[in-house]
Design a protein around this ligand. Sequence first.
Ligand code: URA
Length: 210
Amino acid sequence: MSQKVTVIDHPMVQHKLTLLRQKDRSTNSFRTLLTEISMLLGYEVTRDLPLVYQEIETPLAKMRAPLIEGKKVVLVNILRAGTGMVEGMLRILPAARVGQIGLYRDPETLGAVEYYFKLPNEMSDRDVVIVDPMLATGNSAVAAIERVKTSSPRSIKFVCLLAAPEGLANLAENHPDVSVFTAAIDERLDEHGYILPGLGDAGDRLFGTK
Ligand code: URA
């Protein structure tokens, strides 16, 4: 199976992404822009959700009208930077359930270490959308997807803002069945595992911790 990567090149997404990358952008503005972009990404990611037709009544007539089929989507937030994408996604999917996975990056090995994991109880037949703004080495994404797969959802998609080629290759090797959605594919990683040109540390910029 070969990996499907969708670059969301909508002009609104690209414009907001450029603003986000700028180093002098305030924490407040970074947060707002990330929420806005996430909403636009959410629109694309949900494009293929299956529909069922139900009979409804408008004020004028009966009709068969489409509704999203199946159980509510589950957004899975990779802590902590994924938090910045959840609110925007919830504007598109207000009834979605939200799971959390806490992973930190070991500064030596750049490997993902899990410290928290919580998903809704009943996951079979659910579609999962995992969010993390930065797909860098891909180690956190690979670990998160592995964990989520143990709950046997119907499908898993991974959504980020920026992807490095190294992270995409890691995901393609380990989870070729998971579709990836990103606003841009950047050049490469630096020696500390940061995406170049990137936008810096998404968590720090989102929470104002640096
Ligand atoms: N995580 C970030 O926040 N930024 C990067 O560039 C890479 C990983």
